[in-house]
Each structure stands twice: as structure tokens, then as C-alpha cells.
Design a protein around this ligand. Structure first.
Ligand code: ZN
Ligand code: FE
Length: 254
């Protein structure tokens, strides 16, 4: 049995610890704040044995060196993490499997936010750690990739079973909801979800994790093919609708 702990660090990043009872192993998924992550593990009585990085950004891999120094944790991540901080001990990409005790995580390449961004998919547990690729009601900024690449990445995540629980790395949902409602105003599921999100955030409660099924019904980026006509892009490829939505979000002032 695995246990997942999620806690807010920095301004709006989520840090995650995954603990496996049987082996006693604990993985930190990304390292936004080494001190906070080490303290959280200590509170649980867990020792971090692994780090799983999703991408190279400092709010995801910046704490690698400090956690490695404190615990000797084995670092797994994409090649691009060598750009900052402590390089991975094992470099992984799509098709690789990472294990925590007897629990396996499949690596997907979900590039677009950064070129080498990966997600960790625990099929048996129906859980995925998606970093900054997909957010609740949003997706990461397209800093390095292209729209066809990013769209392909989102398609891979959308292909998981609807009951998957997705852990994304930022609490951006309330802001994302404003843009989602702007581009998809008649979506009843989205209207209901936005109301729930406003209520949660009014009490400073997390909106993460989220379920994939609900995300597919409400996240405008996953719904890009359905929004083509309203974007004036009927007959265009799906990635063109995604590109238009991503571009629109960059300049949207809700
Ligand atoms: Zn990032
Ligand atoms: Fe980030």
C-alpha cells in the first residue's frame, strides 16, 4: 500500500511524498523546497530514498542537491534536469519504468512546457504525477515545445482511464477557471466545477489532486477539439485549436 502526502510550498507549488509501507521507501516527486520536504518526511517518520523529477525548472529540481546531501536519495529524472542542481542518477524517458518497492510507475514523455518533461503513471494505483504538463482546468505555459508536441502530450494523459487521480504541481485552478469559463461558457460541468473551486479556495483548501474524467469534461485544453468551431478553426487540426487556446491564455486578463 502506498501513501501520498501533498503540501503547499513556495507560493503555489505542491510538493509530494509517496511512501511504500512494505519496503519503507519514500519518493519525493520534485523538489521545490528541500527544507519543507525534509521536514514533512521527518514528521511522518519517513526517510526519503528517491527523488522523481518531472522537469528541470528550479521549482521542481532546485532542491535535488540538498535532499541528496541530507538523505543520499537516488534521483530519477529526465536528461534536461542536468541543466540545474544535482543531475539524476538515472535518466529516464518514455517507456521506462521506475519502482518504489514493488510499485511501478510508467514514464510518459509529456513535453511542451519543457522539451523533456515527463509524467509518472502508477497504473495499479490509478495515480499519475503530471508536474506542469497538465493543471486542473489548465496546462503549463509552452516555454520550450511546439503546439503539436504539447497536444500529443495532453492526448497521452487523456488516454489514461477516467478514474485516474492526477497530481499536478501548482495551485492555479481558480485562475484557470476564469479562462476556462471565458472560452467554454456554456459547459454545465465547468460551471458546476468552477463553483466548487471557488468554495474550496474561499476556505484555502486545495483543488489538487483532480480526476481525469472530470478534467476531460471541464479542462478547455483537453477539450480543444470540441472548441474548434467557437475558436473559428473548424476543419483545422486539433493541435491548432490547442495552440489558439494556449495563446489566448497567455494574454487573457480575467
Ligand atoms: Zn515548470
Ligand atoms: Fe512549476
Amino acid at each position: 500500500m502506498i501513501h501520498i502526502r501533498q503540501f503547499l510550498v513556495l507560493d503555489d507549488n505542491y510538493a509530494f511524498l509517496i511512501h511504500d509501507d512494505a519496503s519503507g521507501e519514500t519518493a519525493a516527486v520534485d523538489t521545490p523546497d528541500a527544507d519543507a520536504i525534509l521536514s514533512a518526511a521527518a514528521r511522518e517518520g519517513w526517510t526519503i530514498t528517491q527523488i522523481w523529477n518531472t522537469h528541470w525548472h528550479p521549482d521542481h529540481a532546485g532542491g535535488n542537491a540538498a535532499i541528496k546531501a541530507a538523505t543520499g536519495a537516488f534521483i530519477t529524472g529526465p536528461q534536461e534536469v542536468t541543466r540545474i542542481g544535482h543531475a539524476p542518477d538515472r535518466i529516464v524517458d518514455e517507456g521506462d519504468t521506475v519502482t518504489l518497492g514493488a510499485h511501478a510507475a510508467r514514464v510518459l514523455n509529456v513535453g511542451g512546457h519543457t522539451l523533456g518533461h515527463i509524467a509518472y503513471v502508477l497504473d495499479a494505483e490509478r495515480v499519475a504525477f503530471v508536474g506542469d504538463a497538465l493543471f486542473s482546468l489548465g496546462c503549463g505555459k509552452m516555454f520550450e515545445g511546439t503546439a503539436p508536441q504539447f497536444w500529443d502530450s495532453l492526448t497521452k494523459l487523456a488516454a489514461l482511464h477516467d478514474d485516474f487521480t492526477l497530481y499536478c504541481a501548482h495551485e492555479y485552478t481558480e485562475g484557470n477557471a476564469k479562462y476556462a469559463l471565458h472560452v467554454d461558457p456554456d459547459n454545465a460541468d465547468l460551471l458546476a466545477r468552477a463553483a466548487e473551486i471557488a468554495a474550496l479556495r474561499a476556505e484555502k483548501k486545495p483543488t489538487v489532486p483532480m480526476t481525469l474524467g472530470r478534467e476531460k469534461a471541464t479542462n478547455p485544453f483537453l477539450r480543444a477539439p470540441l472548441l474548434k468551431a467557437s475558436l473559428g478553426l473548424a476543419g483545422q487540426p486539433d493541435h491548432a485549436a490547442f495552440a489558439a487556446l494556449r495563446e489566448g491564455k497567455n494574454t487573457f486578463r480575467g
